[in-house]
Design a protein around this ligand. Structure first.
Ligand SMILES: Cc1ncc(COP(=O)(O)O)c(C=O)c1O
Length: 393
């Protein structure tokens, strides 16, 4: 019988040869071969895409990174996995592997801001056009697809604004038109949603967030379908993306408890939301928690759980008082890179939102992003309660 993913995550990092509960950190640029013939045979195997237990040169990684690749491959149920030094590296690797001059990329308006910049500014210099679609309208996406569309790029849910899209419809459309599909799945991780299984070609996760889970390492994973594997392999090979053995080790250490942490983030978030939803100063909560809402239905259709990241809209005529609310929080630290064990907060100014074409915040509404960590929810709620007093309506 196939073991459950919970058991797999607890056992996959073990090193049977070293009889250790943890994998070895193999730091190497040079990898030795006994003879030239052995070296050439090994290189031949690598170029044919055969499974190998070590590479021929450290730039491609070591046993430690291979171990992490295999863990993510199982978690994602993908054809293969590439590792990058940051999550954003995985975003860039996905796009640059498949798009070429003259192509168009149809991209959802709600993507992470640096992804907006990469596609609208850098790709422009390579004559690749980014066309933005409204994440709340599948028809808008459909109407923007042309003969030049090479890639549909989705981030689900939307960065800071938490739009949920009908992912199955997007995949079906792309398959009919022979277009590649990429999704940034950092919010849910492959523990709650497996994009490659649904039919996406490129599944991006910032390992900096939930995979590592302890706010002490940066990394990215790009899981791929068979259809794009060779393109990504080629671009990756020629661009030098890699994750160090030490960082891979830290992600392996963190990912062991991914299931426990994710489930707890979800439970804690629902408890905090239950309280927040009764507060007059909180006009809206952007998270799939209300069964009657559109985003809940779309989330439920594809996801088996939700993480600890949400936004709330606070109503106030005084922006300063909302800044005071954020500044007075003691357990929610002001900072980026959610997905760690602790709670975080950021006031979303244009610097976080970027140039959005389809999202508008009403006058006197303020968008606050919260990450609900693994602390006791009674303490988190008390913290929010005290800080919310600062908001002047
Ligand atoms: C949705 C999303 N994707 C990708 C990234 C980039 O990840 P990293 O910070 O590891 O480069 C982030 C970072 O915040 C993110 O929020």
């Amino acid at each position: 019988m196939k073991k459950s993913i919970r058991t797999f995550l607890k056992t996959a990092g073990k090193d049977k040869i070293a009889r250790s509960a943890n994998p070895a950190i193999v730091r190497a640029s040079t990898i030795y071969f006994k003879t030239m013939q052995e070296m050439r045979e090994h290189q031949n195997k690598i170029s044919k895409g055969k499974k190998v237990s070590h590479w021929d040169y450290g730039r491609q990684g070591s046993q430690t990174t291979i171990k992490l690749q295999n863990i993510i491959k199982e978690l994602e149920q993908s054809y293969d996995v590439f590792l990058t030094q940051t999550g954003f590296g995985a975003v860039a690797l996905s796009i640059m592997s498949v798009c070429r001059p003259g192509d168009e990329i149809v991209i959802s308006d709600c993507v992470y801001r640096p992804t907006q910049k990469l596609t609208s500014q850098l790709l422009k210099e390579f004559n690749i056009k980014a066309i933005w679609y409204d994440p709340n309208s599948f028809d808008d996406l459909k109407n923007k697809v042309t003969k030049k569309t090479k890639l549909i790029y989705v981030e689900n849910p939307g960065s800071n604004s938490f739009e949920f899209q009908d992912l199955g419809k997007i995949v079906s459309l792309a398959k009919r038109k022979n277009i590649y599909t990429a999704i940034d799945n950092t919010w849910a991780t492959a523990y709650y949603f497996k994009p490659i299984k649904l039919g996406f070609d490129l599944s991006i996760t910032s390992a900096t967030k939930y995979y590592s889970g302890h706010s002490d390492v940066m990394g990215g994973t790009l899981a791929v379908s068979k259809k794009v594997y060779k393109k990504v392999w080629w671009y990756n090979h020629l661009s030098g993306y890699r994750l160090s053995a030490d960082d891979a080790y830290l992600v392996i250490r963190g990912i062991r408890t991914l299931d426990l942490r994710m489930d707890k983030h979800h439970q804690n978030t629902l408890k905090v939301i239950k309280w927040l939803s009764k507060q007059k100063k909180v006009a809206k909560i952007l998270y799939p928690y209300k069964p009657s809402s559109k985003i809940y239905k779309l989330w439920k259709k594809y996801y088996s759980g939700a993480s600890g990241l949400l936004s709330i809209i606070i109503k106030s005529k005084s922006k300063n008082s909302v800044y005071s609310f954020v500044n007075s929080l003691k357990l929610f630290g002001i900072g980026y890179s959610w997905g760690g064990y602790s709670s975080l907060v950021v006031y979303n100014d244009p610097v976080e939102m970027g140039d959005r074409h389809f999202f508008k915040i009403e006058k006197n509404h303020h968008l606050i992003r919260l990450h609900v960590g693994l602390e006791d929810t009674n303490d988190l709620i008390n913290d929010l309660k005290n800080a919310l007093r600062k908001v002047k309506q």
